[in-house]
Design a protein around this ligand. Structure first.
Ligand code: 0O2
Length: 230
């Protein structure tokens, strides 16, 4: 399992946007300091998830998590999002308004694992649940399915604790397979996907979900049989 956090550096244009009319050195320093806290947020949540997964492996010989990915939002995406919200391009407005700078994607084996992992994580004393968007129960029109949580976790700096938001996307291997390919298709075609192709992608999403449900049923049946035999 890779523990590297995907991170992109600032281009000249984004640096210009960020420091426009401000003290360059001070702005870049406060941006770097804020990004260090987001990076720490990713590490905190990732460690919590890994500990839960290891506990399940030890106690039940079972891993609810298939793998974990993480990324810091690229400076380009941060600047784009802040501008789209009509906010000033500053470190302060990023900190106050953008909740997905630190992002973690948890890929689970089965649908039930998604909700179990979410419940166990958000039940921890130092994790505060800020927002839930359940795109599994209420999929996006595209067919996209995933459970999105925004949680806040304290980062203990030399000056004291700083609460930091982390966006967590939790989904099955099958949902992730669809989302990754659909994202690439949209990206490669510059978002210009015809209504006919959108429809076909939606059909794929529905078929994938039917597979997910059937795999879940098989898994539950096998588990029940194993429990009865013990
Ligand atoms: P990236 O690079 O993945 O971060 P917000 O402004 O955050 O309150 P937003 O951004 O609409 O509201 O949040 P939402 O819709 O809950 O989650 C957005 C993220 O979900 C996207 O991130 C994608 O990762 C994923 N997503 C949402 N819809 C789709 C979809 O139809 N297809 C795929 N493949 N992924 C989707 P970003 O911000 O696009 O970028």
């Amino acid at each position: 399992m890779s523990t590297a956090i995907t991170e992109n550096k600032f281009s000249f244009e984004e640096t210009f946007e960020l420091v426009k009319g401000q003290n360059i050195e001070q702005t870049m320093r406060s941006f770097a300091e804020r990004m260090q806290i987001y990076r720490a947020g990713i590490k905190e949540i990732r460690t919590k998830l890994e500990i839960l997964d290891e506990e399940f492996q030890t106690k039940f010989s079972y891993n609810p998590i298939h793998h974990i990915e993480s990324r810091l939002k690229s400076p380009q995406s941060i600047v784009k999002k802040v501008k789209a919200k009509g906010l000033p391009v500053t470190v302060e407005s990023m900190s106050a308004n953008i909740t997905d700078v630190a992002g973690i994607r948890v890929i689970c084996n089965y649908i039930d694992d998604i909700y179990r992992v979410a419940e166990l994580l958000t039940g921890q004393d130092d994790v505060t649940l800020i927002r839930v968007r359940d795109y599994i129960k209420n999929p996006k029109p595209s067919g996209y399915k995933s459970l999105h949580l925004i949680v806040e976790v304290p980062i203990f700096l030399s000056t004291g604790p700083v609460p930091i938001p982390v966006e967590i996307q939790i989904r099955t291997i099958a949902m992730d397979f669809w989302a990754s390919l659909e994202h690439k298709l949209k990206y490669k075609t510059d978002n210009d996907v015809s209504p006919e192709l959108r429809k076909r992608l939606k059909v794929c999403a529905d078929e994938i979900f039917a597979l997910d449900r059937e795999m879940q049923n098989i898994h539950t049946t096998i588990q029940l049989r194993n429990d009865e035999e013990q």
